[in-house]
Design a protein around this ligand. Structure first.
Ligand code: AMP
Length: 205
């Protein structure tokens, strides 16, 4: 893709089950914002394709998909969305849910996206989140949520590989948000940071 500029982006960040998908979908309904869930992109891959098989193997084991493969698939998807006019690079803000998930991914993506804000959904206690994952296994039928051992493994990988992502970005744009509460309460906390980030971006442009 020929890009004259990076695409402005807001990162939804936090451990599995913290509500990134729900809040991302809400943010994606707002004008000029497009929600992208990497997990959803992965789950929609053709299961018979080579990428589909590699990705499914990692997801089923609670592992991260390797960084280069992740960013390649994500960029291919972004290219298609732009080509088909569903994302307007000159005006839309991407709400990225589930990417970047490692410092290497931050590096691979830094020429592509301009990060306006990192919204870190950051619980004080993991247990309500693990309980939420168990419930999601029933409602969404996700195998990676159903197995206690795989849940614990994903949490461990989050601590080891993903949590350093917040340190990659300047402190001024990282916001820690309590993800426990009603959907509306959390949305309000998030908007308290999204609105000024968008305003700063629009004024700078
Ligand atoms: P999610 O729906 O965001 O919980 O993602 C489901 C699974 O997809 C994760 O447990 C990983 O196996 C994989 N995945 C999603 N996003 C990424 C990423 N940025 N890097 C590597 N693996 C990912």
């Amino acid at each position: 893709m020929q890009r004259s500029q990076q695409i402005p982006s807001i990162l939804l960040f936090g451990m599995p089950g913290v509500g990134k998908g729900t809040q991302g979908a809400l943010l994606g309904t707002m004008q000029g914002q497009v929600h992208i869930s990497t997990g959803d992109i992965f789950r929609r891959l053709d299961p018979d394709s080579e990428d589909g098989q590699v990705v499914a193997h990692h997801i089923d084991h609670g592992e991260l998909v390797p960084d280069e493969i992740t960013v390649r698939i994500w960029m291919h998807w972004l290219d298609q969305e732009v080509t088909q006019g569903r994302i307007l690079p000159g005006s839309d803000i991407l709400i990225l849910d589930g990417i970047p998930r490692s410092v290497r991914q931050c590096e691979l993506m830094q020429d592509i996206i301009e990060v306006l804000a990192v919204l870190h959904l950051d619980p004080t206690d993991d247990e309500p989140i693990i309980e939420r994952l168990r419930r999601r296994a029933d409602t969404e039928g996700r195998a990676d949520d159903a197995d206690e051992e795989i849940i614990r493994r994903r949490m461990q990988i989050y601590r080891d590989k993903t949590s350093p992502v917040v340190n990659f970005y300047a402190d001024e744009i990282v916001h820690h948000i309590d993800p426990i509460g009603t959907q509306m309460e959390i949305k309000k906390r998030i908007l308290e940071h999204v609105i000024p980030a968008r305003r700063r971006f629009e004024q700078a442009g």
